[in-house]
Design a protein around this ligand. Structure first.
Ligand code: IVH
Length: 701
């Protein structure tokens, strides 16, 4: 009696509707980057689809979006013969070779103008996909070009692979083979690697390896958990339908069927244009969301393609302009420690010099000891080094297979390599620090920062001179700069009176630098130019900032608790206060012209406390909106509090507000204030009321 036929019909209709809506949303989300449904709506439809399929398992088809989650593991991959071999491309590495390729075309098919198409060469894995009657039928790897492996179950999990060809694009051909590249976006790759490392696994070397490793999983559920995507770039064959006549038409056709076709494919009429376009792609390489390793240049006309034919296993009608590689292998010769301004021990890799895309690389940053451990780096290892655009070169990983046994494990030193003081690593922090704040390495960098352009801007005080002053014991902190013995300075080797006089003038002039520069110059951990400006604007003087409590500092918009703690600690360190004392004595300006400016909001300068529950508004929201208006939101009521807003169940804070005659306001007033209403004045105290009355009486008289 279960599943009478009319119920089944209804279920089938609903299933069709659900599946096509979900597929359309997938397409909008993954291919167009233009989602029209929210995650919640999407989940609701998926849940409904799953429920119907659970009730009617006989209606599950392999093209159902539910099947993207991956089926049960397989024993191995079956072999698939490619009806049309999957070939490779010839490569060209420069303009001359590109022109040589074009010239050969004209020798094979003379007196014919060619139109070219340029498109990105996606750095992923080639796949061939067949669709029968519009449904995804099978997908395979390239293999040796003639025989590949059947990875259909894994390919089904690739989110932007259409399981059905879009019926709105017209009738699907009886059979069609589509070719493309499976890849992983760089951001997805980074997240995946983080996850793998968190779970104690070994990260993938690059997005291409990650895509390959994920596609060749025997368990499709693993593949489903990997953020794979697909770009298609050609049609292999069509049966029971017409083949487009140009490559660009083929791409448009594929797009209309719901595929993500290789982006920004462009027609180019001349080889000059082709070369220009190749350079355009090269320039964009580092901005793309995915890795490309070159540009594919194709003859657009498919008949011409056929005429041009093949040489060996490469088509004559296409070639790949290959970009310079961004990864190379070399040897890790040593790891050096550099002590920074904050005392952080920064490890740097010393590499056997290697040319990566035209730049010789001999150093790479290593960030911290965890990174060295995570990448399993040993001194003497062969390593893969990567350089992308202007980014500082990094070591991707070691190649343990090439170890000889001579390699040394690196240990972060327990003693500062500069001053010999113990080093310390706070639990939960990645960096290890020298514990001696008078460490010359710290002092040198600290002074260099103090005098730098964005800070006190003292021209003529370069790195070498700073080092000399410190090494000769002429300065022990930045305060000493303003009390230099100028006779001794002028007597310094190679400096001379003229330079000494100029330097003296520059140091003198720096005393008048704006407060924000001074705050930045102090070298407070986490505080840079921008946050220094915020602090200067809010507090108006170094003294006010030094006296502020953590909460008040944290409440400055753009600062927050971490920076606030750092500022607070700085001003509670006796050594720092001594330096500030020296600066003040020397006449360095510690106030801004404007004085404390709040931050310009309607509630600037007001200190507000919230207590109790508010009906339609969370405390966090309210606090944030108040801060945005410039208010300082604190947790305890004092005489300085401008207003207390009390919601339901307000307790002692409301009592305290009454006791201190601080305005006590309700939720309606809170909403009014958030909407722009001014804060009411404090209730007049008896004494003041009398004074006021007398004053106005006097004026009347
Ligand atoms: S067309 C006859 N177009 O590069 C081969 N290939 O080195 C025609 N590839 O195996 C290939 N992006 O996997 C073509 N836009 C693109 C491509 C592309 C990446 C891969 C493809 C091929 C390899 C050849």
């Amino acid at each position: 009696m279960s599943n009478p036929s009319h119920l089944l019909d209804e279920a089938t209709r609903r299933l069709d509707a659900l599946r096509s809506t979900i597929e359309r949303w997938n397409y909008e989300y993954y291919a167009l980057d233009r989602p029209s449904a929210s995650d919640a709506e999407y989940d609701a439809l998926m849940n409904e689809l799953r429920a119907i399929e659970t009730a009617h398992p006989e209606l599950i088809t392999p093209e159902s979006p539910t099947q993207r989650v991956g089926t049960t593991p397989q024993a191995g991959f079956a072999e698939v013969a490619h009806p049309l071999p999957m070939l490779s491309l010839s490569n060209v590495y420069n303009e001359e070779e590109l022109r040589g390729w074009a010239a050969r075309l004209s020798r094979v098919v003379p007196d014919t103008p060619f139109r070219f198409v340029t498109e990105a060469k996606i750095d992923g894995l080639a796949v061939a996909l067949t669709y029968v009657d519009g449904a995804f039928h099978r997908g395979s790897t390239r293999g040796d070009g003639f025989v590949g492996e059947d990875i259909s179950a894994n390919l089904r999990t690739v989110r932007n692979l259409p399981l059905r060809l879009n019926p709105d694009a017209g009738p699907a051909p009886a059979a069609i083979e589509v070719r493309g590249e499976v890849y992983m976006r760089i951001a997805d790759f980074d997240r995946l690697n983080d996850r793998i490392v968190d779970e104690g696994g070994r990260p993938f070397m690059n997005p291409r390896n990650a895509a390959a490793g994920s596609l060749r999983q025997l368990d499709p559920r693993v593949t489903a958990s990997r953020p794979l995507r697909l770009f298609v770039y050609s049609i292999g064959y069509v049966e029971g339908g017409i083949m487009p006549s140009t490559h660009l038409e083929a791409l448009a056709w594929l797009r209309s069927f719901g595929f993500d076709a290789t982006p920004d494919a462009m027609p180019n009429e001349t080889i000059d244009e082709v070369w220009e376009r190749c350079q355009w792609w090269l320039g964009r390489r580092d901005e793309l969301a995915f890795q490309i390793d070159g540009v594919v240049v194709k003859v657009d006309d498919l008949l011409q393609q056929e005429e041009l034919g093949y040489v060996a296993r490469e088509p004559r009608w296409a070639t790949a302009y290959k970009f310079p590689a961004i990864q190379q292998t070399t040897q890790l010769l040593d790891i050096l420690i550099n002590v920074g301004r904050t005392g952080a021990l920064n490890p740097t890799a010393v590499l056997e010099p290697v040319n990566i895309g035209g730049v010789v690389v001999s150093r790479a940053t290593l960030h911290n000891e965890d990174e060295i451990e995570r990448k399993d780096l040993r001194i003497g290892d062969w390593v893969i080094v990567q350089r992308a655009g202007d980014v500082i070169p990094q070591i991707v990983q070691s190649i343990p297979e090439r170890r000889t046994g001579e390699e040394r494990i690196f240990v972060m030193p327990d003693w500062c390599p500069v001053c010999g003081a113990p080093t310390h690593r706070e639990p939960g922090e990645a960096m290890r620090y020298c514990t001696n704040s008078a460490c010359p390495a710290q002092l040198k960098q600290h002074v260099q920062h103090f005098v730098s352009r964005g800070a006190m801007d003292i021209a003529g005080l370069g790195e070498k001179l700073v080092d000399r002053f410190i090494d000769l014991g002429m300065i022990h902190d930045v305060g000493d700069l303003y009390a230099l013995d100028w006779e001794a300075v002028a007597a310094l080797d190679r400096l001379g009176e003229k330079s000494a006089a100029n330097l003296r003038a520059a140091i003198e002039a720096s005393k008048a630098q704006p407060l924000a520069r001074l705050i930045n110059a102090l070298g407070i951990r986490h505080i840079g130019e921008r946050s220094a400006v915020l602090l200067a604007e809010r507090f108006g003087s170094l003294e006010a900032l030094a006296l502020a409590d953590r909460d008040t500092i944290a409440n400055v918009p753009g600062i927050g608790p971490v920076l606030a703690a750092s500022v607070f600690d700085f001003f509670h360190e006796p050594r720092n206060l001594a330096v500030i004392g020296k600066l003040r004595t020397a006449g360095v300006r510690t106030e801004s012209d404007e004085g404390p400016a709040g931050n310009g909001g309607a509630l600037a300068g007001a200190t507000i406390v919230l207590t109790g529950r508010f009906a339609g508004l969370s405390r966090t929201d309210a606090e944030e909106q108040l801060r945005r208006l410039g208010a300082n939101v604190t947790s305890s009521v004092s005489k300085k509090t401008s207003a207390v807003f009390a919601g339901e169940d307000a307790g002692s804070k409301a009592d305290r507000a009454r006791a201190l005659s601080v305005p006590l306001l309700d939720e309606a007033m809170l909403r009014a204030v958030l909407a722009g209403e001014a804060l009411p004045d404090p209730p007049a105290k008896p004494a003041r009321a009398r004074n006021a009355a007398r004053a106005s009486a006097g004026a009347d008289a």
